[in-house]
Every structure is written in structure tokens, then in C-alpha cells.
Design a protein around this ligand. Structure first.
Ligand code: PMV
Length: 331
């Protein structure tokens, strides 16, 4: 039996759109930060020869997709036995956060440990990407770039987690499943939004600013580029037909409060929003309490999680502490 854990990530420059004519490659380069302690764990175990695979995703996730992914992983990595697979996440069940990036990164790592020849990280990242595009960025810790292409350098670390101990506050505004899965949302945007080509061009400018800001640990350069990029992603999605509106009223309330904190109180805090209603807010550690207090009391905010840049996936001898009570005996 093998266990692996991997962290979620939040995109600073978004992946929103696949390359034409190809299912699994991004149209643009994206940059993310891997988030400490927002993790998924995967357990893999051999089943008797001739048995069918058994897969489970707790709390309930798309097990059919997971089953197909296990088949793909087995054939790519040369694993010739049926498997018993479990993935689970430590995000509070009610948090309504996407767990697919950390789940597929953890599972790719666990499957890799069963391969006859230990696979390199870039091979595992190429596998993880097939489960969920952004999962390939969770294969590395710290600040990570994913650019189009299949070569070994497609996913690279721009800087390790210790380089910049930024605070990332995850503001949960809804616990319902997202309205339109990102895969479908991206497809619809590319096919119908008249703003999509402009989005591709704008992303290039944001990338330059974000790479430079990470290298120089400059929040005043990073923050505006991250906000701009998120708003442009949502603008191109709003232009789709039918339109994609991922926000709730509380999402807007958080955005406005972040702006107010900056403009009136002079607190450097900056937001980003993925394909859902939750808001992630970046700030310096010294400002985190104040920002958290201001945001937690807004109407519609359900909870607030605190994170910071985190590390790469790891193999573990048993379940991580947070999963141990339920899975200590591999049941
Ligand atoms: O990894 P996917 O297919 O769930 O797509 C992720 C899309 C965004 O979260 C909106 C942006 C990103 O780069 O993570």
C-alpha cells in the first residue's frame, strides 16, 4: 500500500482555454502558487490478479473519471496489476473548493511509486494534467509555471515556497458545487466568446509582470497583475454564449472590500477568483489578521482558510494525520 499527498494551487495567471485541436494542452502559459496544507491524499494498493479496479473519492467526487485516469496511469507507467484507489482531501467538506488539482497530483505521485522504473516528475506532471489541467502545477512546490508543450520543461518551478512567504486567504462564499465545470467553461468560452483572442494577448503582458514580481518579491507589482488577469478571465467567460457567471453576491462584496482596504486603509491586499465563487486574497503576513477580520464579517462569507506557499507532493508511509482516523487500516 502506498500513500501520497499533494497540495492545491491557485493560479496567479490563469489557464483558461485549450490549444486548438488538442484536448489536453493549454492555449497559454499559466503561473500558480502551491498552497500549504490545502491537500489531497491518495492511497493505492494492489488487488488480486484478474480483479477489477476499485476507486473511491471521498467526499463524493467524479469516480468514473477517476477510474479512467487510473487506467491511463497504469498503461503509461507500466503497472500490470489491478488497483484499489482512494483519494480524499483535507479541505473542509463544506468549503466548496475544487480538489481535483491536488487529488490528481497526489494520485499521480502514488501511482508513480508503483511503476517498475521510477518516473521523472515531468512524466508524472504530464499524467496529472490528463486528470485536471491545473493538477500538473501541483506536482511542484512554490511558484510554478506551466507552458504549452509536451517537453520536459513544460512545468517548471519559478521559485520555491520559502522564497516568498506570502499569505493566501481563501474566502469561501458558497458551498455548492460549481455551476459549470472548468473543462466545459473553457470550451464554451473559446468557441463562443468574442473576447477570447484578446484574452490570449492580454495574458502575455500579465505573465511578464507576474514572473518579474515573483522574482523580486514585489507585492505591489504582483497584486495588480493578478487581479487584472482574473478579471480578464472572467470577462472573456462572461462573453460566452450562454454566458458564464461564476460569482455570487458575496464574491463581489469581497472584491469591493479588498479594494476598500487598499484605497482607504492603505493595506496591500489583492484578490483572484478561479472558476467558482470563492475569492483568494494575497497579502503580507503582517497584514493577514487585519484582512481576515475585515473579510470574515462580510455578509455571505461562510469561512476563511489561511494558507501560504507550500511544497511538492510527498510519498508517506501511511495516511497523513488528517486522514488517519478514517483510513488507518486501509479500509
Ligand atoms: O484544472 P482545471 O481543468 O480544473 O482548470 C483550472 C481553471 C482555473 O482554475 C480557473 C484556472 C487555473 O489556472 O487554475
Amino acid at each position: 500500500m502506498r500513500w501520497a499527498v499533494a497540495n492545491a494551487n491557485v493560479a496567479l495567471v490563469k489557464y483558461w482555454g485549450k490549444a486548438p485541436g488538442c484536448e489536453h494542452r493549454p492555449a497559454t502559459t499559466s503561473v500558480s502558487v502551491t498552497l500549504e496544507n490545502l491537500a489531497s491524499a491518495a492511497r493505492v494498493e494492489y488487488r488480486p490478479p484478474g480483479a477489477a479496479d476499485r476507486v473511491a473519492w471521498e467526499p463524493a467526487g467524479p469516480t468514473q473519471e477517476l477510474g479512467r485516469f487510473v487506467e491511463l496511469g497504469r498503461s503509461r507507467l507500466g503497472i500490470d496489476r489491478p488497483l484499489d484507489v482512494l483519494v480524499t482531501s483535507n479541505f473542509p467538506v463544506a468549503a466548496g473548493l475544487a480538489s481535483s488539482a491536488s487529488a490528481y497530483a497526489a494520485l499521480s505521485t502514488a501511482l508513480g511509486s508503483l511503476a517498475p522504473e521510477p518516473p521523472r516528475t515531468d512524466r508524472l506532471a504530464a499524467l496529472a494534467r490528463r486528470g485536471s489541467g491545473s493538477a500538473c502545477r501541483s506536482m511542484l512546490g512554490g511558484f510554478v509555471q506551466w507552458r504549452p508543450g509536451d517537453d520536459a520543461g513544460a512545468v517548471t518551478q519559478l521559485a520555491p515556497a520559502e522564497h516568498w512567504p506570502l499569505q493566501v486567504l481563501v474566502v469561501v462564499t458558497s458551498t455548492l458545487p460549481k455551476r459549470v465545470p472548468s473543462r466545459e467553461g473553457m470550451h464554451r468560452t473559446r468557441a463562443t466568446s468574442p473576447f477570447f483572442d484578446a484574452w490570449l494577448i492580454a495574458t502575455e503582458q500579465d505573465l511578464t509582470a507576474v514572473r518579474e514580481a515573483v522574482a523580486s518579491r514585489d507585492l505591489h507589482l504582483l497584486g495588480p497583475a493578478v487581479e487584472r488577469n482574473a478579471l480578464r478571465m472572467h470577462a472573456t467567460a462572461l462573453g460566452a454564449d450562454p454566458p458564464l457567471l461564476y460569482w455570487e453576491a458575496a464574491t463581489v462584496a469581497v472584491i469591493r472590500e479588498v479594494w476598500r482596504l487598499r484605497e482607504e486603509d492603505g493595506v496591500p491586499a489583492f484578490f483572484t477568483v478561479d472558476a467558482g465563487p470563492q475569492v483568494k486574497v494575497l497579502c503580507e503576513p503582517v497584514d493577514a489578521d487585519r484582512v481576515a477580520l475585515a473579510l470574515a464579517s462580510l455578509p455571505g462569507v461562510r469561512r476563511l482558510l489561511r494558507s501560504r506557499p507550500g511544497g511538492a507532493p510527498r510519498l508517506l508511509p501511511g495516511p497523513p494525520a488528517w486522514a488517519a482516523p478514517r483510513h488507518a487500516h486501509g479500509s
